[in-house]
Design a protein around this ligand. Structure first.
Ligand code: ZN
Length: 122
């Protein structure tokens, strides 16, 4: 099994050779990150999981939408008023997350995900 991220209570698998997951590892300029072990696409995937964890595991409310459907909504694969309503209710706290530089042309541009959740606290 891969070793988990060095950040306490994170539990994500790490980016190769970095000792931390893509959410917590130190970022470089866009060009460097782009070529570094696909850290940017990993960041996108782990950010989506991080949001799902907050909504489905840490939040006290019981969401009326399935986790898979909400994930599809975050990935822009599902249009759903229920998902939008759920997203509006949530305040997602991004604690100690190291956001990389981004490019809106990338499939894995995380800004698209942040726009979906609407209420973010940094
Ligand atoms: Zn981590």
């Amino acid at each position: 099994m891969e070793s988990p991220c060095a950040i306490v209570s994170c539990g994500n698998s790490i980016v190769q050779d970095l000792g931390e997951c893509s959410l917590h590892c130190t970022k470089n300029d866009y060009g460097t990150d782009f070529h570094n072990n696909s850290v940017l696409s990993m960041f996108y995937d782990q950010l989506v999981d991080y949001i799902l964890k907050q909504v489905y595991e840490i939040s006290l409310s019981r969401p009326i939408l399935s986790r898979d459907d909400f994930k599809a909504y975050l990935l822009d694969e599902l249009e759903s008023e229920t998902a939008e309503a759920l997203a509006r209710e949530q305040v997602i706290v991004f604690d100690h997350i190291y956001f990389p530089e981004r490019d809106s042309r990338d499939r894995f541009d995380y800004f698209k995900v942040l726009k979906k959740v609407k209420r973010c606290a940094f």
